[in-house]
Design a protein around this ligand. Structure first.
Ligand code: PLP
Length: 397
């Protein structure tokens, strides 16, 4: 891992042919901003899926330094990696299978989400370790994925509290997950919040003494103060991205933390009628100059995203032709010819920095443009950037 400490200017780390530059100061600022919106509620930074592609351990350290009180992971294995890296703040993992290592989780003081079936596995782990497990009971308030149904809820609460009375468990939390918080006009969020309050009341009336009740993800954190309860679980927002269609990061006071860039690997003049990339779906209409961008679907750029933007020397060009495993092509246009003497590409673009997306500060391309080109969402674009692309870190403490 290459680390440098340039706070504002994003220079390619020398020697890296391609890189995802992660601005840890942007993540810290995003967390400080989001925390200010939710105080006095506690803040969980969600760092599952390698911190949405940003690198779990460096992001988790920066998040804790910036005031995140908790870390959130989907898998126990992710939570264990946080502990192995020396992170000691509370960590919650919420997506398990019967093959999950509940014993390791309890041994490493990881809080566990429990939708029902996990309870016996968690209790068995606690028994074998002679150490009480900490759990957060999950109620399905409408999402229809994980979580206990309202019908089964009183029985789950009773079973968990009886294990708590035996000293095998601590029921530390009740939580749920929202389905449509990114569409703030939809009424289902109100219904989910009402069911959540009911489920919390059932648990508390049964004697649960909860530390944290939590349901808010990034969009609810931003739009629904009545969803904050004791803690919010924020993923996308800490990476500076907007969960709302048509609302930019800047509008939300957030700064995108990931810049994906490489260098132009080849640059050549071609005649009109030159086909480009597999399938020859694109052909030049005039004499022009093609630039080869050495990133492809093996790097996590969706193959379907032809037309996505690439910024070279201050101008943004759309990808033409098919995106291949390792590479894609941009048409630098006729102005790049004639010895490349004319703006906006002075000199050969070979070796020039090619930015696929970044923080947008210089009018450069954004993750959302790639999401639109690929028919997906910003979450998926950053999360899929593959391990073939080295991460480098700027803005660290
Ligand atoms: C991924 C996840 C989050 C974070 O969602 P964002 O929209 O990225 O903030 C919160 N809670 C649960 C249960 C999740 O799976």
């Amino acid at each position: 891992m290459v680390t440098s400490f340039v706070a504002s200017v994003q220079e390619p780390t020398p020697g890296l042919e391609r890189q995802a530059i992660i601005d840890l100061s942007a993540i810290a600022n995003n967390i400080r901003h989001l925390r200010s919106l939710v105080e006095p509620a506690t803040f969980m930074a969600v760092v599952k899926a390698d911190a949405y592609g940003h690198g779990m351990v460096p992001v988790a350290r920066a998040a804790v330094a910036a005031g995140a009180n908790w870390l959130g992971a989907a898998h126990i294995s992710e939570a264990l990696a946080l502990r192995a890296a020396g992170l000691e703040v509370p960590v919650l993992a919420w997506l398990h299978t019967p093959a999950s290592d509940f014993t390791a989780a309890v041994a490493h003081d990881i809080d566990l989400g429990c939708s029902g079936w996990e309870l016996e596995h968690i209790v068995a782990a606690a028994r074998s370790l002679q150490c009480p497990a900490r759990i957060h009971l999950k109620i399905d308030t409408g999402l229809g994925r994980n979580g206990c149904t309202p019908a089964e809820w009183p029985a789950l609460v009773a079973a968990a509290l009886s294990y708590q009375a035996e000293g095998l468990l601590r029921v530390a939390g009740v939580f749920s997950h929202l389905a449509v918080a990114d569409e703030p006009h939809r009424p289902e969020t109100d219904e989910q919040l009402a069911r959540f309050r009911e489920a919390v009341a059932v648990a508390e009336n049964a004697g649960a003494d909860l530390e944290v009740r939590h349901i808010a993800n990034t969009p609810a954190t931003l739009t629904r103060p009545d969803s904050h309860f004791d803690m919010v679980r924020v993923g996308l927002g800490i990476y500076g991205l907007s969960p709302f269609e048509g609302t930019t990061s800047a509008h939300l006071g957030l700064v995108p933390a990931m810049t994906l860039q490489t260098q132009i690997a080849h640059c050549k003049d071609v005649p009109a009628g030159q086909g480009v990339s597999y399938g020859l779906n694109y052909a030049t209409t005039a004499e022009t100059t093609l630039g080869l961008v050495p990133l492809g679907y093996a790097d996590g750029i969706p193959r379907i995203a032809t037309g996505g933007p690439v910024r070279v020397n201050g101008t943004t060009y759309p990808v033409v032709g098919r995106i291949a495993m390792d590479q894609m092509v941009i048409d630098l246009g006729p102005q790049a010819r004639e010895g490349f003497a004319q703006e906006p590409v002075p000199g050969s673009a070979l070796g020039s920095t090619a930015v696929l997306f970044g923080n947008g500060a210089d009018g450069g391309p954004l993750v959302e443009e790639w999401a639109a080109a690929a028919g997906t969402i910003n979450y998926e674009v950053v999360t899929r950037i593959s391990q073939r692309v080295p991460r480098s870190y700027i803005g660290g403490a």
